[in-house]
Design a protein. Structure first.
Length: 245
């Protein structure tokens, strides 16, 4: 257990000293952020929303301006100062939004059974199987019954179908293999999935290729109903819709 805790700490530490000013996702045609905005505008409701990995507040501000939630809680591995969060979101939003810098995947700053919607985009793709497993377990405690969770994660098969020209992006995070450039996509996908609980990268946040089957199994294990394993909004990565039962 101590070894796993050390590994998960390294995963959070890998985010330090990067993305000054906060992470913002580009509006590329393949990622389809406009489609995600449209989904959020028409399908999200509740009283309290939790956003995991808010970065510079790109999605936080969008959700805040929908004026749906009475309370928005943001958590991130980096501080609000590092992310320049309030400079982008605006100080007026402090009445609705709370920001916590996390040190683990326990979500200890959040009350149990207080969240009725969870949103996370471009975050779980940087978290290993162990980290996602811990998050899903913690979220089950923090969410109310019937709470919905909208979570993007990384699937190598979908990624390679959408962006075959970026095959190197899958390869670069895998353990060293002198023959890896010659691997078929089928073998590359298998190797990527096998390394879903690999070690974090010391130079930059790496991608952990969890895949649909593993994400589904972990979600069911922790008491969620799979509403949709991939809403197919993002053309490159799956976005799952879960419900706590």
């Amino acid at each position: 257990m101590t070894k796993e805790k050390d590994k998960l700490k390294q995963e959070l530490d890998q985010f330090q000293n990067i993305w000054h000013g906060g992470y913002f996702t580009g509006y590329s045609q393949k990622r389809n952020q406009k489609g995600l905005e449209e989904y959020l505008r028409n399908n999200v409701e509740g009283s309290t929303l939790l956003e995991i990995g808010c970065g510079g507040g790109q999605w936080t501000k969008f959700i805040y301006e929908l004026n749906i939630f009475k309370k928005i809680i943001c958590v991130d591995a980096l501080s609000e100062k590092h992310n320049e969060f309030w400079g982008y979101v605006g100080n007026e939003a402090r009445k609705t939004i709370s920001y916590f810098q996390i040190r683990d995947f326990q979500l200890s700053d959040i009350e149990n059974e207080s969240i009725d919607f969870v949103f996370s985009y471009d975050v779980f793709c940087h978290i290993s199987k162990s980290g996602i497993n811990q998050y899903l377990q913690s979220l089950n405690l923090k969410c109310t019954k019937d709470a919905e969770l909208l979570i993007m994660y990384a699937d190598p098969e979908k990624y390679l179908k959408s962006e075959p020209e970026n095959r190197q992006h899958v390869i670069k995070y895998l353990p060293k293999n002198k023959f890896i450039y010659k691997l078929s996509n089928k073998k590359l996908i298998k190797d990527a999935l096998a390394d879903s609980d690999g070690m974090p990268n010391t130079k930059e946040p790496r991608w952990f290729w969890i895949g649909k089957e593993l994400f589904e199994n972990m979600s069911l294990k922790h008491g969620y109903k799979i509403v949709d394993l991939d809403l197919n909004i993002d053309k490159t990565n799956p976005i799952a819709l879960l419900k706590k039962v």
